[in-house]
Design a protein around this ligand. Structure first.
Ligand SMILES: [Zn+2]
Length: 265
């Protein structure tokens, strides 16, 4: 069984402030370590359930956060960014059995996580076929395009509600809840244990039911904070400048959505 694990930081236990996600800030070390611990917990859970090959993508900011020396010997690690449209699931292919997301977070515009955003801090909101598009949804659909189900997601409670509403067969683990600038969180150790168990349980289930359906058409809308950015992004081939701060893009091919997001966020 071949498993892909994409790891972000804004949804790990305890993380609350942007300083804690910023490599240049001294508050970052603690949460870089927690991001790594949660990734290791998911890896261990996957192995317990029979995963024989595990690829891990470091998917926050520079893509160089996970403490490599803490990872077990038998994983393959993807660091930094190639610039490929698969973005946070770079190198995912049809021959993977399952995709997992660890440390993921609520979408841009959500009040469920003080660090909520989608892909960059530039979009105020991104919607796909009328629904707010989180990094979870964008990359779970990338998996679906390749026939790979997203079987387990950990992060903030707001995102877990979105995941369960999207497909109730996806395993979830909420390690914290955001209230304004604050967070109410599990301890690091408790979060790791919950992720380890959740990842193992997800792979023991009939996880093919977690595969999201592929739509016939995708309508992507992005709202920016300023009209100047929206005007410039509206020149992306096929995009429509849909309002002073908004662009719209329609396609039948989900890869076109990923390609566009690579250039306009
Ligand atoms: Zn993120």
């Amino acid at each position: 069984m071949k498993v892909y694990i994409s790891v972000d930081i804004e949804g790990v236990a305890g993380i609350t402030h942007w300083d804690e996600a910023d490599k240049t800030h001294r508050d970052y070390q603690e949460f870089r370590e927690q991001m790594t611990r949660e990734a290791v917990a998911a890896i261990e859970g996957a192995e317990t359930a029979g995963a024989t090959e595990i690829w891990v993508k470091d998917a926050h900011s520079t893509g160089r956060n996970l403490i490599t020396s803490m990872l077990p010997a038998n994983v393959r690690l993807i660091r930094s960014w190639a610039g490929h449209p698969l973005c946070m699931v770079q190198e995912l292919t049809e021959d993977f059995d399952a995709l997992m997301m660890v440390g993921y977070h609520a979408a841009a515009g959500s009040d469920a996580n003080s660090l909520a955003h989608t892909l960059s801090l530039q979009p105020q909101t991104i919607t796909l076929n009328g629904k707010p598009a989180s990094e979870f949804l964008i990359h779970a659909l990338a998996g679906a395009m390749l026939g790979v189900p997203t079987v387990f997601v950990s992060g903030d409670e707001g995102l877990m509600e979105e995941v369960r509403a999207t497909n109730s067969h996806i395993g979830t683990c909420a390690v914290k809840r955001g209230v304004g600038q604050s967070t109410i969180s599990m301890t690091p150790a408790a979060a790791c244990e919950a992720i380890r168990q959740g990842a193992a349980a997800a792979l023991r289930n009939d996880f093919k039911r977690a595969l999201l359906p592929v739509a016939g058409e995708y309508v992507l809308e992005i709202a920016y904070g300023d009209p100047v950015t929206a005007y410039r992004m509206g020149w992306y081939p096929g995009a429509e400048h849909a309002g002073p701060r908004r662009i719209r893009f329609r396609t039948a091919d989900y890869f076109d959505v990923l390609r566009m997001l690579n250039f306009v966020t």
